[in-house]
Design a protein around this ligand. Structure first.
Ligand code: PLP
Length: 478
């Protein structure tokens, strides 16, 4: 249709050339790369390229494996930083979701009560120790942690709004929670809330000194095991001190279990390993059954009642639009049942011990390369020495000048070669780039652990020169 004159516009919506789901499934590697560069994150492609990860396009995923478009199986020891606890497409979880859809259940339930949200809240309260009884449902770890910080501040009041957080912490990237996330990369140039104080992780005396000196402190927020820092644990004695100090100074302790919770360490919550209970905790990642977005903040009954327990305060922080959405709740309910029915915590403890023993054996064989093996259950940190230390003695001093610049390179070479030559995926660590994080699904088998250990050993047996040569050779073939 021609328009009468230039001031008139066509009002009928014009349909852009949209890609359908079926077309999306058929996009090839080059086109996905192109679309990622044009519309998602061009900078990130640089890192994927360095690792050779941009050469893989996943077709399906099943159990502990991805299957790429060439039919190649890739063993997932990354596990989406803990979110793939159930493996990919766990049959029981998938079946529950399908049934929920076939029955045309309600999803968005903002006006009426939801049997699924209330059942999930009940289950979480039944699992959580002590009087961690009230649940807020959201869609991401950041959202659950925002809810945790807000409930603590609301309960403590404006005179006690200062939050203590730990060095090398990671609690999410939304604006509020970024104020207690200790990564320069993520904090970037944002203007963040400044009612925060930082302490080193694992130092109870430093916490006490702060609590003593600053009566405005009302909240202490800590990951129970620091994930982004490179799998860093504190001893049980520290956690007992944390509990004692928070009781003494009436500070609310938030345990961030977004990565370490949901059975990964061998107990449902990692804090149970140390025999302590926080005032507030947060789960996400694996809570969605490795299929969808689901997150929860769980607070002690009295904390909740103080913050939001009256009709006047009930809506101050009520869930967002998708908080407690039907299918995600059904998925999480099924996931919680699967953890117990399939003894996933027991498997995490058993396979975790097996992997750690295997990695420690490799460390004693290659002490010049592996600096440390640590963790609990299936939350394992494999730390390499700085690059210079892996070289023959005569070269070390000279190369040491470059260690800061080279940080992460050995992890990168090994991670890239594990994928290229051994079909195995591992994860890297932003704050300590010498650490590879191993967080395989909790369904992992001994045979899959053996595959991983054998692959790593084959690489390490090549020696540093062999590893670097293999990596360069792999990149040269691009
Ligand atoms: C300990 C911890 N807290 C919070 C978050 C934020 O979760 P999300 O990425 O779902 O917002 C993460 C994510 O990695 C995490 O590891």
């Amino acid at each position: 249709m021609t328009l009468a004159h230039t001031y008139e516009t066509e009002t009928r919506p014009v349909r852009p050339a949209l890609i359908t789901v079926e077309d999306a499934k058929k996009l090839d590697l080059a086109r996905v790369r192109e679309l990622t560069a044009a519309h998602l994150n061009p900078g990130q492609l640089h890192f994927l390229r360095l690792l050779g990860f941009d050469r893989v396009l996943i077709d399906r995923a099943e159990g502990a494996n991805y299957i790429d478009t060439n039919g190649r199986k890739i063993l997932d020891f990354f596990g989406g930083f803990g979110s793939v606890a159930f493996g990919h497409n766990h049959p029981r979880i998938v079946a529950t979701r399908k049934k929920f859809q076939d029955e045309a259940r309600q999803e968005i339930c903002m006006a009426f009560m939801s049997q699924y949200a209330s059942a999930l809240a009940y289950n979480l309260a039944a699992i959580a120790p002590g009087d961690l009884d009230f649940v807020f449902l959201g869609s991401s770890g950041s959202e659950a942690m925002e809810a945790a910080l807000k409930i603590a501040e609301q309960a403590q009041g404006p005179e006690r709004a200062t939050i203590v957080y730990a060095e090398n912490s990671f609690h999410g990237k939304t604006k509020g929670v970024l104020a207690v996330t200790d990564g320069a990369l993520y904090r970037s140039r944002f203007k963040l809330a400044d009612n925060t104080r930082r302490v080193s992780f694992g130092d109870a005396a430093a916490i006490e000194a702060l609590f003593k000196s600053d009566p405005t402190i009302g909240t202490l927020v800590l990951e129970t095991i620091q994930g982004g820092a490179g799998i860093v644990e504190a001893p049980a004695s520290y956690w007992h001190e944390v509990r004692r100090l928070c009781d003494q100074y009436k500070v609310l302790w938030i345990a961030d279990e977004v990565q370490c919770g949901m059975g990964r360490t061998g107990s449902f919550f990692a804090f149970e390993q140390y025999g302590v209970t926080p005032d507030i905790t947060a789960l996400a990642k694996a809570l969605g059954g490795s299929k969808c977005a689901m997150a929860a903040m769980i607070a002690r009954r009295d904390v909740y009642m103080k913050a939001y327990g009256t009709p006047k305060t009930a809506l101050v922080h009520a869930p967002a639009t998708f908080g407690g959405i039907g299918e995600a709740c059904a998925t999480a309910i099924e996931a919680l049942n699967v953890i117990y029915d399939e003894k996933l915590m027991e498997n995490a403890a058993e396979q975790g011990d097996y992997l750690i023993d295997g990695l420690k054996a490799l460390q004693s064989k290659y002490p010049q390369v592996i600096k440390d093996v640590r963790g609990k259950g299936l939350m394992i940190g494999l730390e390499f020495h700085d690059f210079s230390q892996t070289l023959p003695f005569g070269l070390r001093q000279m190369v040491a000048l470059l260690d800061e610049k080279l940080k992460g390179s050995l992890c990168g070479f090994i991670g890239a070669l594990l994928l290229a030559k051994h079909d195995t995926l591992v994860a890297f660590t932003e704050y300590n780039r010498n650490v590879i994080r191993l967080e395989p699904p909790l369904i992992i088998t001994k045979a899959e652990c053996d595959h991983f250990l054998k692959a790593l050993e084959t690489l390490l047996a090549r020696g540093i020169t062999g590893i670097v040569t293999d990596y360069i050779g792999m990149m040269a073939k691009r």
